[in-house]
Design a protein around this ligand. Structure first.
Ligand code: NI
Length: 191
């Protein structure tokens, strides 16, 4: 396995709509090794998720894994999940303001409205159908990663740009209120 380099904001690969993966391609040893690299790179960078185009491969694959994450200590755990060709359907009209960060947007965070519920359909890495109903703070993580595969980064969805903050100043000025708010959300949805 190889830890890959992560593209940062400004690189055109982050703006590409990822192409779909075929079943034949997914089954190859080469593609499976790429997925291993994607997961290893996400773990190495302590990301909650990583999309393939963030490692310069504009194919519709992303990984999500939250396990007591030091970058986001208030995030509920999500088991390691690989989504191939994911499609997201936002459910209902209720949203919450998520304070997001991104490995491709170094040292910046900002508030993004996200739906509290969504349905995600995809394949897993073996090509089996996944049909997930995602809720709460975790729903924001799915929306963020799937956005990447459509060429979007969280900055595109920041409505109030006065919420933009460095990670240091997030800790100093914004974290307390945010954690209080999302703890209520996590308590409500259990995720
Ligand atoms: Ni990101």
């Amino acid at each position: 396995m190889t830890i890959r380099k992560i593209a940062t904001i400004g690189h055109p690969v982050l703006r590409e709509v990822a192409r779909k993966v075929t079943r034949e391609e997914l089954a190859t040893a080469e593609f499976q090794a790429f997925l291993d690299d994607l997961v290893e790179t996400m773990h190495d960078a302590a990301g909650a998720g990583l999309a393939a185009n963030q490692v310069y491969a504009p194919v519709a694959a992303c990984a999500i894994h939250v396990q007591n994450n030091p970058r986001y200590p208030y995030k509920p755990n999500i088991p390691l999940t690989i989504l191939i060709n994911p499609e997201i359907e936002l459910l209902g009209t209720e949203t919450f303001l998520n304070y997001e960060g991104c490995l491709s947007v170094p040292n910046l965070r900002g508030e993004v409205p996200r739906h509290v519920e969504a349905r995600v359909r995809a394949w897993d890495r073996a090509g089996n159908d996944l049909d997930l109903h995602v809720r709460g703070l975790s729903a924001g993580t799915y929306q963020h990663e799937i956005d990447h595969l459509f060429g979007k980064v969280f900055l595109d969805r920041v409505v109030d740009t006065t919420t933009l903050t460095t990670w240091n100043d997030f800790e100093r000025f914004h974290k307390e209120a945010f954690v209080k708010r999302v703890t209520a959300l996590v308590t409500r949805f259990g995720s």
